[in-house]
Design a protein around this ligand. Structure first.
Ligand code: FAD
Length: 323
């Protein structure tokens, strides 16, 4: 079977690298087209920390492309590593997560390889035909790359990670020195306030608040319900644009795509751009005081009511039943 290159996105948890759930989803997706080859572009030592997990999720080979630049420079090291691997082999495709950074890498790689690119892919058929969800999820397209090595950006939560033992054979490649004139170098960073909540894109429960929440201070109600349910907090763009909640928690077309078991939307109207990021959630619960709010069309359970009455009662009830 042909190789399928998979770019592995890493998170650092308790000072240790680990693959994000999206990376394990890509390994599962890659099996539709061939043998998954995990490509780790990261600081020296990172591959050692993640190799076992990658092999346990089907990686036939694991390629370490490690350098100090890999963590200090945006985008370019990943493009360099993937372009080199495509040049030295004949992979059936390159799979990258359709995150904001992943889409950037995919676009640049496709230009570098003179290959076709498909983005926002939610399914892949064995013949390489991809299903794309576009225009905020309102249109489904089936498309196939006909030029070069297909570069495929896969939406998070489109595939389930699969525990399956791969050979996990280790290799490494040298990354070329980064061209300073072309590189965007990270000059500083700050640790976000550590929150004892699951990561938004991976959470099984997400509680989101919108303009109806009314202020940043009132988001405490959303946080309390999320904590009672052991979930993550999300927000509509109206809420993040108002500065009530940080932008990285925005759910939707231009934010994070979530697909939890339970999505609870409070004070959110259900604009198409918001739906695009949450409509594949398994169970959707809506709290809105306007019975005509379009989000009720998606709801499995809907409460027409004021969130300031409903949310605290719901939080209390959940706490009681969980204690
Ligand atoms: P509103 O539409 O104002 O709805 C507020 C809701 O709260 C109403 O339904 C109201 O009945 C209800 N409400 C008010 N008070 C209460 C109360 N006390 N109790 C209960 N209910 C109450 N939006 C996103 O969310 N994510 C995106 O990624 C995104 N990307 C976009 C990209 C583009 C290019 C564009 C143009 C827009 C994008 N938007 C996105 C914005 C989107 O169009 C909507 O403007 C936004 O989702 C509205 O947020 P909202 O539902 O919180 O606010």
């Amino acid at each position: 079977m042909a190789d399928v290159l998979v770019l592995i996105d890493l998170a650092v948890v308790d000072a240790r690298a680990q693959p994000r759930k999206g990376a394990l989803e890509l390994l599962a997706a890659a099996t539709r087209l061939g043998d998954p080859v995990a490509v780790v572009v990261a600081a020296p030592g990172s591959t050692d920390a993640v190799a076992e997990t990658l092999a346990a999720h089907g990686a036939a080979r694991i390629v370490a492309a490690e350098s100090a630049d890999a963590d200090a420079v945006l985008i370019t090291p990943s493009v360099d590593a993937l372009a080199a691997l495509v040049g030295s082999g004949s992979p059936a495709a390159v799979l990258i997560g359709a995150t904001p950074e992943g889409k950037d890498i995919a676009g640049r790689l496709a230009v570098r390889l003179d290959s076709g690119l498909l983005s926002d892919v939610v399914d892949i058929a064995p013949d390489g035909t991809c299903t794309q969800s576009i225009f905020g999820g309102s249109t489904t397209v089936h498309a196939r790359v006909r030029r070069g090595t297909p570069v495929i950006a896969v939406r998070p939560n489109s595939f389930e990670p699969v525990a399956s033992a791969g050979a996990g054979t280790r290799e490494s490649i040298e990354l070329p020195p980064t061209d300073a004139a072309l590189a965007a170098r990270i000059t500083g960073g700050h640790q976000d306030e550590v929150r004892d909540r699951p990561e938004l894109s991976e959470a099984r429960v997400v509680v989101s608040g919108g303009r109806g929440v009314g202020s940043g201070e009132n988001f405490r109600l959303i946080e309390e319900l999320a904590d009672a349910l052991g979930g993550a907090v999300g927000a509509s763009r109206a809420a993040t644009d108002a500065g009530w909640y940080p932008h990285q928690y925005q759910v939707g077309q231009t934010g994070v795509t979530v697909s939890p078991q339970l999505y609870l939307a409070a004070g959110i109207s259900g604009a198409i751009q918001h739906r695009a990021g949450m409509q594949t959630s398994k169970t959707i619960v809506v709290i809105n005081k306007d019975p005509e709010a379009p989000i009720f069309e998606l709801a499995d359970f809907g409460v027409v009511g004021d969130l300031f009455d409903v949310v605290p009662q719901l939080t209390d009830e959940v706490r009681k039943r969980r204690s």
